[in-house]
Design a protein around this ligand. Structure first.
Ligand SMILES: [Zn+2]
Ligand SMILES: [Zn+2]
Length: 351
């Protein structure tokens, strides 16, 4: 089943060459992401906050609301605090999926199988709580201390179609082929139409995105369904830059945007992937009320967004009540940004 190493150079050329050069990507995305307030991701200690990133690999994590400032540029151009001057060559997340493990392989044996490539720790979803010695679903994540370890591992793998394999041994199973799935940093952003400005108000949040899905693939799927896609991004965690299971898509026109949010759910189909995911408007946390422009609310940012296509606006508390007391609008539900400044009480019907 595994092919010879002769395919490897082809594999890396076709799979691991960045589709867009980083400088060009940065120029396109810079203003857009600045508007979405890219948060400062630097300076965190190694493996800080790890647990929150280790959701199931089925893509269920990371869904729901995007609240404050979660848009981020995942480009390889962004330096890592651990890369020690090798930023320009950093191409992969330090977190790598390994699947199809022998059922009786334990954490220590997994570590031993892979630490020839670099220092690493082994993790899997809910590992800390379950206190299990074995990854219960036959997959685990390898968290390398240096990205170089990931590159070394990949170089040793044998490609088969789109996938990478390597063999590991457990006490009872020798040389079992397991799948290695690295995450290429460049796959977190894809600009489909650079001629259009990226408008945060024509951007949707996609929750429950399967982890292997690349920004390019998300862009193509959404463009096929709704048209007018200019950009797609996969949300990654700031520490390991690994997909969190959510993404965002910016459209060039209002019709495509409205078609996408009206659908609410979309079937993502690509290769092995076939999953129903949720689509919501991307709610920004620094928008003025579109009705009163801050006059009725003392210039504060609007806490509510109405995703009903007859509204599609940000509202302060007063204007929400005013507009939604009108006939036919009383059942609109506000999308509320998450975070500390969530309003305590609302003087109108929530439904
Ligand atoms: Zn207002
Ligand atoms: Zn409304």
């Amino acid at each position: 089943m595994l092919r010879s190493e002769g395919n490897r150079s082809h594999y890396f050329q076709s799979r691991y060459n960045p589709p867009v050069d980083n400088a060009a990507m940065g120029a396109i995305l810079g203003p857009y992401l600045a508007k979405l307030k890219v948060r400062d991701l630097e300076g965190k200690p190694f493996f800080a906050g790890l647990d929150e990133h280790l959701n199931d690999d089925d893509g269920s994590g990371g869904g729901g609301f995007i609240g404050t400032n979660q848009l981020q540029l995942n480009s390889p151009a962004r330096s890592s605090p651990h890369s020690n001057g090798s930023e320009t060559t950093e191409r992969f997340s330090r977190k790598v999926f390994v699947g199809g493990l022998p059922p009786d392989i334990d954490e220590e044996e997994i570590t031993t199988s892979f630490n020839q490539y670099g220092d690493l720790i082994v993790d899997w979803p809910h590992k800390a709580e379950s206190k299990s010695y074995f990854p219960p679903k036959g997959y685990a994540f390898l968290l390398f201390q240096e990205e170089r370890g990931v590159q070394k591992l990949i170089e040793t793998c044998v490609p088969d179609d789109d996938k990478l394999y390597i063999t590991v041994s457990s006490p009872t199973i020798k040389n079992k082929a397991v799948q290695i799935r690295p995450w290429r940093l460049a796959d977190a952003d894809f600009v489909l139409d650079a001629s259009m400005p990226l408008d945060p108000r024509k951007t949707v949040f996609v929750g429950g995105v399967p982890r292997p899905l690349k920004a390019y693939e998300l862009a193509m799927i959404m463009d096929r369904l709704y048209g007018g896609v200019c950009y797609a991004g996969i949300d990654t965690d700031p520490e390991l830059k690994y997909p969190k299971g959510a993404g965002r898509v910016a459209f060039s026109n209002q019709q495509s945007y409205i078609a996408a949010i009206s659908a609410r759910f979309v079937q993502l189909q690509h290769g092995d992937i076939d999953k129903r995911v949720e689509v919501k408007p991307y709610v920004l946390d620094d928008q003025m009320c579109d009705e009163c422009h801050g006059q009725r609310c003392g210039g504060k940012f609007a806490p509510f967004f109405c995703a009903n296509v007859t509204c599609l606006q940000y509202y302060c508390e007063q204007c929400w009540g005013l507009i939604h007391s009108r006939e036919g609008r009383e059942y609109h539900k506000p999308l509320v940004k998450e975070g500390a400044d969530r309003p305590r009480a609302v003087p109108f019907r929530w439904c």
